[in-house]
Design a protein around this ligand. Structure first.
Ligand SMILES: NC(=O)c1ccc[n+]([C@@H]2O[C@H](COP(=O)([O-])OP(=O)(O)OC[C@H]3O[C@@H](n4cnc5c(N)ncnc54)[C@H](OP(=O)(O)O)[C@@H]3O)[C@@H](O)[C@H]2O)c1
Length: 287
């Protein structure tokens, strides 16, 4: 897409974390932003911070999983700005639950929000661009654990792996239409993600910004991810990674699956021991 000034970006999940940071980074790059999430008050705060940087910002308060949401988002973006150039499908959440224990409803709802809503918005934008013979850029917020799983986070990993797969196929399908497609693979990022994940996992009241076992060198700020996403908008690449170490680990896990399964067995054991301590009321130290 080259120069970003004057371009219009739709950011879902813009009311906090990576989405809010990316909206501000896009504003600093001269873009205009359409901010999508459910919490209207938070969207208005982010919109004000984008406008303070000099951008035009248009909040759209809705649930991305509601029927017709994608068409609604694009219609409201088009009516506010007359065009859309970039879509950052970022809205999503995680939960800590075994794949057998998780209810069918929770499993399907997570896929609706994390995967189907993101894909639906990207498909709708691509159709619009193809019809208008206009270039564009689709970006999905996947995860490093869309490339290798974690035990007790299997459903979340599956939604993120689905995003990565869809992006890779879409990129090849859309290249003749001058539509770029990228997936983003952040590592642990300091946002409201883990508070929300704890809430959904029945650990209400948690205020942990990151899991207590996460080593500091594997934790990053949402601004770090936002900078990488904006760099990708300038120069589209198929995959955005924000840690070379984790990217290398993902490659090693693909090359030597036995290594992945050994690490997974250890991680699953650690999680089970932590659960047992929690049930006995013993605080979890770092392992
Ligand atoms: N934090 C990490 O460690 C990490 C690592 C890798 C990838 N990611 C991915 O990055 C993305 C952003 O997460 P984050 O870390 O920035 O977490 P966050 O601070 O919790 O932000 C999640 C955003 O998604 C929005 N959202 C959730 N469900 C929605 C729905 N049904 N409809 C509309 N908006 C919805 C939330 O807004 P409302 O609640 O206002 O609707 C919020 O703006 C997610 O897709 C996540 O999977 C995060």
């Amino acid at each position: 897409m080259g120069a970003l000034a004057g371009r219009v970006v739709v950011v879902t999940g813009a009311s906090s974390g990576i989405g809010a940071a990316t909206a501000r980074a896009c504003s600093a790059a001269g873009m205009h932003v359409v901010l999508v999430a459910r919490r209207e008050d938070r969207l208005r705060e982010v919109a004000a911070s984008c406008e303070a940087i000099g951008a035009r910002a248009h909040p759209v308060a809705l649930d991305v999983a509601q029927p017709g949401a994608s068409d609604d988002i694009l219609a409201r973006a088009n009516s506010a700005f007359g065009r859309v150039d970039v879509v950052f499908a970022n809205a999503g959440y995680g939960t800590r639950a075994g794949l057998v224990d998780m209810s069918e409803h929770d499993l399907r709802t997570m896929f609706e929000v994390n995967f189907f809503s993101a894909l639906s918005l990207c498909r709708a934008a691509a159709r619009q661009w193809i019809a208008a013979a206009q270039p564009g850029h689709l970006i999905m917020s996947s995860s490093c654990i869309g490339k290798f799983p974690l035990a007790y986070h299997g459903a979340y990993c599956a939604t993120k792996a689905s995003q990565a797969m869809a992006c890779a196929a879409l990129r090849a399908e859309l290249q003749d239409h001058r539509i770029a497609v990228s997936s983003v693979h952040p590592i642990t990022t300091r946002t409201e993600f883990f508070v929300e994940s704890d809430r959904r996992s029945g650990a209400d009241g948690s205020t942990a910004e990151v899991p207590d076992h996460a080593p500091s060198f594997l934790v990053q700020s949402p601004e770090r991810v936002a900078a990488a996403v904006v760099q990708c908008m300038r120069r589209p690449v198929p995959e955005v990674w924000t840690s070379s170490l984790v990217r290398l680990s993902a490659a090693l896990f693909t090359a030597w699956p036995w290594l992945l399964h050994r690490v997974l067995d250890q991680q699953a054991g650690t999680e089970r021991r932590q659960d047992q301590r929690r049930q006995r009321g013993v605080p979890n130290d770092r392992e």
